[in-house]
Design a protein around this ligand. Structure first.
Ligand code: 2PG
Ligand code: MG
Length: 419
């Protein structure tokens, strides 16, 4: 047989820690000419329609399954045949939600394989995945203040307060402007009002959303004056985390108030109008397609984004798109378990004229795959945080990609919507 640089000749799975200090799985794939590794990220506000993280016996069972079932199958395969490898992972699992081998093992194998293939061919990962199409950097959605399941003290009920910088000619300047807003909030907030960082590096606060948004707005205005970078505000409500299935209400723990679907709809709409929100993610729980569609219809200038609602699942994206339930779709490869299925989710999202938003998870490692994936797929927005090593690693990788592209690098066309 002739030498092929991309043939897999060895593969391992091991335990590693993520940014939350939880154990995750890292897969290493060796080819004749290269190597790739990837650690599965993990969510805290996980959707019910995501694949299962680990098999019943947890991480240890996953590692055994890798050795017994996956490694023997994938050794000898050609790493450039990503779809074939992903199909093999699905066949080995044999369930619809990766409950046998676990989505963490699957996504770590799938993405490690893509990285190994790119390295074997000595092509930057974003170019291997996206070819000559890959020359647009997304606008970064940055989480400045956080609460919900990412913050382990009583605080903000809404999971994320996001800023979207625009109007600069480079990703570097956009990222720098977001960092300045973050620092400005720390500097100008009254003592004790914002303190510490949560799981995503966002600031923890004692304030509620109505008091937080003006602080963020002021910080954005100040930085805008100094830099010419403009900002829009957004939130990730992560409403499934607020949903109480016994009372069928959304309950805000900080004030002990509960809202039925209609009252919560009005609560969200009021926030959008009052603060001119440009982006709202998961305003309702993960089965509320109709409330999503109602809001999308009424809040015309706001991007309504689905995360737990769609869970990177092609069928759920198709259904939601067909009833016009959202404008944008969060894409998290570990929600679906393989790189191929995440790519399909992006293709389907684009095919309905909607916006894919590639996203990190609250539990991450310093891995930079997300940055390559977002550029390769031409995703107009990316959610990757602002502060903390595992967030900054992705931002720095975008900057490296921008440098690598040089004069061919462009910022997402979404900019046009914002002007
Ligand atoms: C979200 C994500 C990332 P988690 O809800 O969008 O911010 O959180 O990874 O905890 O699901
Ligand atoms: Mg979300």
């Amino acid at each position: 047989m002739s030498f092929s640089p991309t043939i897999i000749n060895d593969a391992y799975a091991n335990k590693r820690f993520n940014s939350r200090g939880d154990i995750t799985i890292e897969v290493e794939i060796y080819t004749e000419n290269g190597f790739g590794s990837f650690s599965a990220p993990s969510g805290a506000s996980k959707g019910a329609y995501e694949v299962i993280d680990f098999p019943p016996g947890g991480v240890d069972e996953a590692l055994n399954l890798f050795e017994d079932l996956i490694a023997p199958e994938i050794i000898g395969m050609d790493s450039v045949k990503q779809f074939e490898l992903d199909k093999t992972l699905k066949e080995i699992d044999g369930t619809s939600n990766f409950s046998k081998i676990g989505g963490s093992l699957s996504i770590a194998t799938s993405i490690a394989n893509a990285i190994a293939a790119a390295n074997s061919l000595m092509i930057p990962l974003y170019r291997y995945l996206g070819g000559v199409y890959a020359n647009r950097l997304p606008l970064p959605l940055g989480n400045v203040i956080g609460g919900g399941k990412h913050t382990h003290v009583k605080g903000l009920d809404i999971q994320e307060v996001l800023i979207i910088p625009y109007g600069a000619s480079s990703f570097f300047e956009l990222a720098l402007a977001s960092i300045r807003v973050y620092k400005e909030i720390v500097k100008t907030s009254p003592p004790g009002v914002v303190y510490g960082r949560n799981d995503e590096g966002a600031l923890v606060t004692t304030l509620n959303i109505f008091d937080v948004l003006p602080i963020v707005q002021n910080a954005c205005n100040k930085v805008s004056k100094e830099t010419n970078v403009k900002f829009k505000l957004g939130i990730d409500v992560a409403a499934s985390s607020l949903w109480n299935s016994k009372s069928n209400k959304y309950c805000l723990p900080s004030t002990d108030t509960c809202y039925d679907e209609d009252a919560f709809y009005k609560f969200i709409l009021n926030l959008i109008n009052k603060f001119d929100l440009f982006y709202v993610e998961d305003p309702f729980m993960e089965n509320s397609f109709t409330s999503f569609a109602r809001l999308r219809d009424e809040a015309e200038t706001c991007i309504i984004c689905a995360d737990d609602l769609t869970a990177t699942n092609v069928e759920r994206i198709r259904y939601g798109a067909s009833i016009k339930a959202f404008d944008a779709v969060i894409i998290k490869p570990n929600q679906v378990g393989t790189l191929s299925d995440a790519i399909s989710a992006i293709q389907v999202t684009f095919s309905y004229g909607l916006i894919p938003v590639c996203s990190h998870r609250s539990g991450e490692t310093v891995d930079t795959f997300l940055s390559h994936f977002a550029v390769a797929t031409g995703s107009p927005l990316v959610k990757c945080g602002i502060m903390g090593g595992e967030r900054v690693s992705k931002i720095n990788e975008f900057i490296r990609i921008e440098e690598d592209l040089g004069e061919w690098s462009k910022i997402s066309e979404l900019e046009r919507l914002l002007k």
